[in-house]
Design a protein around this ligand. Structure first.
Ligand code: HEM
Length: 523
């Protein structure tokens, strides 16, 4: 028990969940920037074996993180304490360019802007009408992917699955957002747009000393992560401004305002128009903001208008593209590792869709492909794209496992550990899509079963992933498009068991070794 003497009186801090002993000043910081840095989901799962499903780590003098690693504890955190835990644990770098002050992913749920963003996203990515609007875009790009693989098969060269899928996903998202492609599916290698997104994601995924010692943030502003990320974000904003928004505004003005694309940019621009910021004001703001960001550690400058428009667009790319891409890649890796399961998927597709040259998988086929869905669910259980959910306590009265958890404490829910809990999942490390088809699997087949937190790859509560309904259509469709008319040969005499299923954690949980496979067209 930690006892402080202050003003001559003893102050007793409340008991904390168990955890590894730390340095008096640094706490567990050396552990966090050491063993925990590379694969925090597995390192935290091992700690849970020793300290139990609710454990705590201290970063520096003031920051405590409580880690939750069982379904029951996740229920307590995300259901019973949903409202109090509906804020994010925001890393310092997210404050660069005031990103955190306007981003749906990082705003506290009490912020009106967050509520507005959720409504807009819900209308497009969850409602029946929104998903209907997206369907032709998704089918068209899934078809391009199949065609691309057919073209590649004539060269006999391996395809990097992640790149082909990611280019497709980026174009689907960009067409949903602003009706344009941002990358060329047929041009592997350097992609300028992806080159703008990747540095931002990489910088965010690095641990940063300012998170444990906030007094170091001013130095970080001048020399460290926050400065670098400001530069990357400014480039991305500039791309959206020049290449997307201004082109659209120019077209709209020459068409006397009649152009309607029915995409998300229309909605965001309408919102921006209401805030009545001129373009010059926005550019001045961005330039001045960059300058200020460079020189002074100003945290929050709340602006409305175009800036929000950029953030919303970026949020969508950041939250949607890599999560979907890695899930498709993991599913392919597991199917290639288990050829008999790959054959089951192909058999189901042949029976449902056909194999003629004009037979492309359509969204409506998905209702008749239960095994394909089981493959995606099993993939998300073993390899959740977002293995750790970061939340922060924002209200009094929270307790976890009987320990009081005060305001400002970070709470991290380890979905990876929950998905592999051997007391819940028999043969938990094995890839067995059949477990989601078994008679009696019942509720486990669904994602949001009240009070059952054994399977929550999209999170839970009011911050549950707003792209879940869309992802559960797009991921199976892209996976089906990869295997429907293409057989895959492993390169260089590689055997299925040689496929490396080790993971690497960045902003999402990725395969440590990219998957290269040679496509052989069957049509
Ligand atoms: C396989 C694909 C995906 C997985 C596994 C996934 C998983 C998650 C998880 C675990 C969270 C945190 C939820 C929580 O805190 O309880 C989240 C948040 C979020 N996801 Fe997804 N996601 C996926 C795809 C998408 C897509 C396609 C979109 C957009 C169309 C999206 C947009 C978001 C956004 C905006 C948030 C932040 C929501 C908030 O904080 O209010 N995600 N996602």
């Amino acid at each position: 028990r930690h006892i402080l003497r202050k003003h001559g009186r003893k102050r007793v801090s409340p008991p904390q969940p168990p955890g590894p002993a730390g340095h008096p000043i640094l706490g567990n910081l050396l552990y966090v920037i050491g063993p925990l840095r590379n694969n925090p989901h597995t390192a935290l799962a091992s700690l849970a074996q020793t300290y139990g499903p609710i454990l705590s780590l201290r970063l520096g003098l003031t920051r405590t993180i409580v880690v939750v690693s069982s379904a029951a504890a996740a229920h307590e955190a995300l259901a019973k304490n949903d409202a109090a835990l509906a804020s994010r644990l925001v890393p310092d770098t997210v404050h660069a360019m005031s990103y955190g002050a306007t981003s749906m992913v990082f705003l506290p749920s009490s912020n009106p802007l967050w509520k507005q963003d959720r409504v807009i996203m819900g209308a497009r990515f969850s409602s029946g009408r929104g998903l209907d609007t997206i369907r032709p875009i998704l089918e068209c790009h899934a078809g391009h992917l199949t065609e691309y693989l057919r073209a590649c098969s004539s060269t006999g060269m391996p395809v990097i699955i992640r790149e082909a899928v990611n280019r497709t996903v980026l174009n689907v998202i960009s067409n949903i957002l602003f009706s344009e492609d941002v990358v060329d599916l047929r041009a592997p290698g350097a992609q300028p747009f992806r080159g703008l997104i990747v540095p931002v994601l990489e910088e965010w995924s690095k641990s940063n000393v300012s998170d444990a010692f906030p007094f170091l943030a001013p130095i970080d502003h001048l020399l460290g992560s926050r400065r670098r990320i400001s530069i990357h974000l400014a480039k991305l904003f500039n791309f959206f401004d020049q290449e997307i928004v201004q082109r659209r505004l120019a077209r709209t003005s020459t068409n006397t305002g009649s152009e309607k694309n029915n995409d998300m940019l229309d909605i965001l621009l309408a919102r921006q128009a209401m805030s009545k910021l001129t373009r010059q004001e926005i550019i001045t703001f961005l330039t001045v903001r960059m300058f200020i960001e460079y020189l002074f550690p100003l945290h929050v400058l709340y602006v409305r208008g175009m800036f929000i428009c950029f953030i919303s667009i970026q949020d969508m790319f950041i939250a949607a593209s890599d999560t979907s891409t890695v899930t498709v890649q993991w599913a392919m890796a597991q199917l290639l590792r288990h050829p008999e399961k790959m054959e089951k998927v192909r058999h189901e597709l042949r029976a449902c869709v056909g194999v003629g040259s004009n037979d492309f998988v359509k969204e409506s086929d998905l209702d008749n492909l239960p095994y394909l869905h089981a493959v995606v669910k099993e993939t998300l259980r073993l390899h959740p794209a977002v293995p750790l959910i970061p939340r922060e306590v924002a209200a009094d009265g929270v307790s976890l496992g009987g320990f009081p958890v005060p305001i400002g404490t970070g709470v991290v829910v380890n979905l990876w550990a929950i998905g592999r809990d051997p007391t819940v999942w028999p043969q938990s490390d094995k890839f067995m899509p059949e477990r989601f088809l078994a008679a009696g699997a019942g509720d486990a087949v669904h994602f949001q079963v009240k009070d059952d937190y054994t399977y929550r790859p999209f999170g839970a509560g009011r911050r549950v992933c707003p792209g879940m309904d869309y992802a559960l259509r797009s991921v199976p469709l892209l996976l089906a498009s990869l295997v429907h008319k293409t057989e895959w040969r492993l390169p260089d005499g590689m055997a299925p068991e040689d496929i490396d299923l080790n993971d690497r954690y960045g902003t999402v949980l990725n395969l440590a070794t990219p998957l290269y496979v040679v496509p052989l067209s069957t049509v």
